[in-house]
Design a binder for this molecule. Structure first.
Ligand code: NDP
Length: 249
């Protein structure tokens, strides 16, 4: 078990069995990491923590809004009082509020930027205090290929994900001398609750643009996140790595 003794916080780890955060939490737990899961609703985090425990792992769940600094700081303080350390942070919580630019309300813009981008900032700031003390840490930001390519109808989402990429590179430079790596993982189209509502027609169109000829699964993303947490990845920082079947080359 390559993460034995380590503690990982995964945000946005919920959503009834199909989320990317859930697959990441389970992959890290299988390598022996103790897992803290943060989700917006109580039930989804509790269910996932229970799933980790049933598989023989150790997990705790938090109902937290990642865009609220007080809640985030309280959660990280609780993780530290419980486990005494924090080695891995995966900023995975994210939402969409898709619509064309001229129809986009300020609320739709703010909600997406607050949760996707500010949430990553708040969680990283809280975790980094401890990682700096430990002189060891891995931060992995789940961005999107849309943060690189953009997408019509998703100006708010694309901006938030592009912001995460700039954030990743700046923090990677800031933290590098203290043995903390910061990387971004950019998924393409992954079959989860987030994409389930887009419909079969969109799915078909997307599929035509995926050279590997299939849609992605949460486990495809989790495999890369796990690798970035391992000693083998200790010389990788400030990178944006796509997991998209070749969609955005
Ligand atoms: P889901 O909608 O399945 O899961 C999103 C998770 O974020 C849920 O667990 C949800 O909690 C949580 N969440 C939402 N708002 C908050 C909040 N304010 N505070 C804390 N947690 C919150 O999405 P995916 O698994 O598909 O996506 C995970 C990440 O991957 C997102 O950042 C997304 O942008 C990114 N991504 C996804 C792609 C895809 O094709 N699916 C492609 C590229 C990137 P709850 O369970 O309680 O609702």
């Amino acid at each position: 078990m390559k993460l034995e003794g380590e503690v990982a916080l995964v945000t946005g780890a919920g959503k009834g069995g199909r989320g990317i955060g859930q697959a990441i939490a389970l992959a890290l737990a299988r390598e022996g990491a103790k897992i803290a899961v943060a989700s917006f609703s109580v039930e989804s985090g509790v269910a996932l923590a229970e799933q980790v425990r049933q598989a023989g792992g150790e997990a705790v769940s938090y109902q937290v809004d990642v865009s609220d600094a007080v809640q985030v700081d309280r959660m990280v303080a609780d993780i530290l009082s419980r486990y005494g350390r924090l080695d891995v942070l995966v900023n995975n919580a994210g939402i969409t509020r898709d619509t064309l630019l001229l129809r986009m309300t300020e609320e739709q813009w703010d909600a997406v930027l607050d949760i996707n981008l500010k949430g990553a900032f708040l969680c990283t700031r809280a975790a980094a205090r401890q990682m700096l003390r430990q002189k060891k840490g891995r931060v992995i930001n789940i961005t999107s290929i849309l943060g690189v390519t953009g997408n019509a109808g998703q100006a708010n989402y694309s901006a938030s994900k592009a912001g995460m990429i700039g954030f990743t590179k700046a923090v990677a430079r800031e933290m590098a001398s203290r043995n903390i790596t910061v990387n971004a993982v950019a998924p393409g189209y992954i079959e989860t609750a987030m994409t389930a509502g887009l419909g079969k027609q969109i799915e078909k169109e997307v599929l035509q643009r995926v050279p590997l000829g299939r849609l992605g699964q949460p486990e495809d993303v989790a495999g890369l996140v796990l690798f970035l947490c391992l000693p083998e990845a200790s010389y990788i920082t400030g990178q944006v790595i796509h997991v998209d079947g070749g969609m955005a080359m």
